[in-house]
Design a protein around this ligand. Structure first.
Ligand code: AMP
Length: 191
């Protein structure tokens, strides 16, 4: 079976329950510390803690030391807890307050440094703060955010992470890429 990892989203029809993206990890990893053992791309976050960060720009917002230092909304904080992220990575410490301030951001950091959350958290938190509401049935829907990535594999990885971050927020991530039949992707987008 596909074990709930069917590409393209969680509600094949309106009103169907959102699939829990954490269920699989919780089933296979009894120990909380193992949760990211298979997923982490190799960075030891504790060793990475003091990596120098250079932030340039006009009146750059102050970095945060903890996720609790900034109001990202209780739904997102609940997902941070479910992801077992205890503290922000260096790129997250800087990017989250910049994104939350509505500022433009270009961020470079090595593979596995938490860039996906660094960009997704302020997008999700800002949408929640703006009082995003799912549209009524039958109404045309439109994206509130667009994430572009250079490869299908990276798009899929971002989508899988975004599903965890958006769980029970009412925000619905959808992934679209070339080389797959467009019909279902179009239907997912329409939802
Ligand atoms: P990324 O660089 O976005 O691909 O993230 C690399 C890995 O680190 C992924 O498995 C993330 O789920 C994980 N991760 C991201 N942010 C944190 C954090 N603050 N604490 C622990 N793990 C994290």
């Amino acid at each position: 079976g596909d074990g709930g990892r069917r590409r393209g989203g969680w509600d094949s029809g309106r009103g169907e329950a959102e699939k829990d993206p954490f269920a699989e990890a919780e089933k296979t990893n009894k120990d909380a510390d193992d949760l990211f053992a298979g997923e982490n791309t190799g960075i030891n976050f504790d060793a990475y803690e003091d990596i120098p960060v250079e932030a340039t720009g006009n009146e750059v917002p102050e970095p945060i030391a903890a996720f609790q230092d900034i109001d990202m909304g209780k739904e997102l904080m609940e997902n941070v807890r479910r992801c077992k992220y205890t503290k922000p990575t260096p790129v997250q410490r800087y990017s989250i307050p910049i994104g939350m301030a509505g500022r433009d951001l270009m961020a470079c950091a090595q593979t596995g440094s938490g860039k996906t959350a660094a960009f997704c958290f302020p997008i999700i938190a800002s949408a929640l703060r703006a009082g995003f509401q799912p549209g009524p049935r039958g109404r045309k829907v439109f994206p509130i955010a667009l994430v572009l990535s250079p490869t299908r594999e990276l798009s899929s990885q971002i989508y899988d992470e975004a599903r965890k971050f958006c769980y029970q927020t009412g925000i619905r991530p959808v992934v679209v890429y070339g080389g797959a039949p467009p019909g279902q992707q179009l239907r997912e987008l329409e939802r």
